[in-house]
Write a protein that binds this ligand. Structure first.
Ligand SMILES: Nc1nc2c(ncn2[C@@H]2O[C@H](COP(=O)(O)OP(=O)(O)O)[C@@H](O)[C@H]2O)c(=O)[nH]1
Ligand SMILES: [Mg+2]
Length: 439
């Protein structure tokens, strides 16, 4: 797709910095380079130091310029890059000259990547991966995004799509040609392919949403009796005071959330009201929310006060369905004999590292423990695969080749939506080129 307008935007962050990078993409990128440097562009992909001039001819900075003629560029269009000193006045001067060139405008959000997708430089999963890479706050998120950028998801789904398209080609051949013109078992082969790909998709869907959890963060609920030290633990893990710590039992009444990076995993930690027979209605509502949060959480941290009887016992049955890390707090106080488990004192800091380790291990188990690392990182991927699987399941019981073909076509299209390669006919053309029937 060819665009008439040329877009520009800072590729580096806003504010003062050593260097700022401005990217320009579109048919007039070369013109911009020539106008601002008053000379020919440097050789492709080579940095050159140039004086940069404003409209009046005044030099406003000296910086590196780069020239990437399309289609071998980020967007597939002609691209120019200016690496200038990262001051506001310089950026303003550069932006002014660019904006004054006819057909130039500032880029919309994600527009460079969008053009790259439209020009076939990236597929949709890679474009999403770029956004995820930029947003990645933890190691696990970065690893997952890079994997997707490198094409892990695209390779998997393109493989399925190819298999099904081949099957579809056979079925269409079976519809169009008489039996004696074809190898005997084409329909059988097609059905076999449908069942293999269907099983592969079903296995991928059965990944406990791990990819989405890595990306969006694991929900961890901190629960336990009032005064056990839940709020103190949340604050200690967050490294700052997000929750009120108080001697008065029943202080925390609503759910308080904090996002943090726990040993490389994105986690949304929730502090909750203490579990006990509530003193008033507000507290009762707090208890209800705490239990609801524990139920909805991916992981529960149960905090117990080792120095006093546990008043939350009656609620523990409700936590059983989830992965629970139990922590015994107040190890600095005398404990009755028999309290065993992960010892912690939030007062002295004793055992905190081990608790972080235990929660991180449980998180790792949730996210990676089930073998092969996950590939579906967005609801969108999951929905497309669910649709494809539904079509394949229908196809399996479809005796009529025409209807079987129609379901296959739907499945190929659904899978193609993940990468943005949706044209089934293109794929068929490619496959039929290798066919020898009717040559
Ligand atoms: N001695 C001692 N006191 C603690 C410890 N952790 C928390 N506390 C105290 O226990 C009380 C309740 O703590 P808080 O975090 O508000 O508990 P929550 O009700 O479970 O959120 C506060 O007075 C804290 O200072 C600990 O490890 N040792
Ligand atoms: Mg509290």
């Amino acid at each position: 797709m060819r665009r008439d307008d040329t877009i520009f935007a800072p590729a580096s962050g806003v504010g003062r910095a050593g260097v700022a990078i401005i990217r320009v993409s579109g048919p007039a990128a070369r013109f911009a380079l020539q106008t601002i440097t008053r000379g020919a562009p440097p050789p492709p992909r080579r940095a050159a130091l140039r004086a940069l001039r404003s409209g009046s001819g005044e030099i406003f900075d000296r910086g590196l310029v780069l020239w990437f003629p399309g289609p071998d560029s980020l967007t597939g269009e002609d691209v120019a890059e200016f690496q200038v000193h990262g001051g506001r006045a310089i950026l303003a001067a550069l932006t002014d000259v660019l904006a004054a060139i006819p057909g130039f405008r500032t880029a919309d959000r994600g527009e460079f990547t969008r053009r790259a997708v439209e020009n076939g430089k990236l597929d949709l999963t890679q474009a999403e991966a770029i956004a995820d890479l930029v947003d990645a706050e933890t190691e696990a998120q970065r690893r997952q995004a890079l994997r997707q950028y490198d094409g892990a998801l695209a390779t998997l789904t393109d493989g399925w799509r190819g298999e099904l398209a081949k099957a579809l080609a056979w079925v269409e051949a079976a519809i169009d040609f008489s039996d004696d013109e074809l190898p005997s078992d084409v329909m059988e082969d097609a059905r076999q392919a449908v069942s293999v790909v269907g099983a592969g998709i079903a296995a991928q869907l059965n990944d406990a949403h791990r990819g989405e959890l890595v990306r969006e963060g694991l929900f961890v609920a901190v629960v336990g009796a009032p005064n056990a030290g839940k709020s103190s633990l949340v604050n200690a893990l967050a490294g700052r005071d997000v929750a009120i710590v108080a001697e008065t039992a029943g202080t925390t009444r609503d759910v308080i959330e904090v996002r943090l990076n726990l040993s490389g995993y994105a986690v949304v930690l929730a502090d909750t009201a203490g579990l006990r027979a509530a003193a008033d209605q507000v507290e009762a509502e707090g208890v209800r929310r705490a239990l609801a949060r524990a139920e909805a959480a991916d992981l529960v941290v149960l905090v117990k006060d080792g120095s006093s009887p546990d008043t939350s016992l009656e609620y523990h049955g409700k936590l059983d369905s989830n992965t629970v890390v139990t922590v015994w707090n107040k190890a600095d106080l005398p404990w009755p004999v028999g309290q065993q488990g992960l010892r912690l004192s939030l007062k002295t800091g004793e055992g905190l590292e081990a608790v972080v380790g235990a929660i991180a291990a449980a998180a790792r188990e949730k996210l990676e423990g089930l073998g092969e690392a996950p590939l579906l990182t967005r609801v969108r991927h999951r929905e497309a695969l669910k649709e494809a699987l539904a079509a394949l399941t229908r196809a399996e019981t479809q005796p009529q080749p025409e209807l079987f073909a129609e379901d296959l076509r739907l499945a190929v299209r659904s899978i193609g939506r993940i990468t943005g390669r949706v044209d089934v006919e293109d794929l068929l053309d490619m496959i039929f080129r290798d066919f020898c029937i009717g040559k």
